[in-house]
Design a protein around this ligand. Structure first.
Ligand code: 5GP
Ligand code: ZN
Length: 110
């Protein structure tokens, strides 16, 4: 499968890995949109949340536990984002949670 995040999980292309657990890894986003911009992605490929939940019931807890480590490091708060599908702005079809922090976020998002 030609999935860039699967290749990062397999160590086939480089990434700055900032954390991991049995279920997921956390990497620095290549094009950060905030002072803290971490991506948390499951080791197992799934294109989106719906498929992941079906294939890995209970796995989300470990993903959000890892994401929370980075969110809690942002003293004034943070945002989790899961872009899904074309309208959601998803560009990499491997489930990932963005953790954004270190600046004030806007609402509503664009
Ligand atoms: P999406 O738009 O799918 O929610 O987010 C994909 C994210 O992955 C973007 O923020 C983009 O900067 C990041 N990204 C894309 N390719 C790479 C890569 O090869 N390495 C890393 N570290 N981040 C990537
Ligand atoms: Zn993948």
């Amino acid at each position: 499968m030609n999935c860039i995040f699967c290749k990062i999980v397999a160590g086939e292309i480089p990434a700055t890995i900032v954390g991991e657990n049995d279920e997921a890894i956390a990497i620095a986003d290549l094009n950060p949109m905030a002072p803290t911009h971490v991506l948390v992605l499951p080791r197992r490929h799934a294109p989106n949340l719906a498929v992941y939940r079906r294939e890995r019931p209970g796995g989300l807890d470990a993903i959000f536990a890892l994401a929370s480590e980075f969110g809690e490091g942002c003293e004034n708060g943070y945002r989790f984002v899961v872009n899904t599908g074309p309208d959601g702005g998803q560009t990499v079809d491997h489930l990932h949670v963005h953790v954004l922090g270190g600046r004030a976020m806007q609402w509503p998002p664009g």
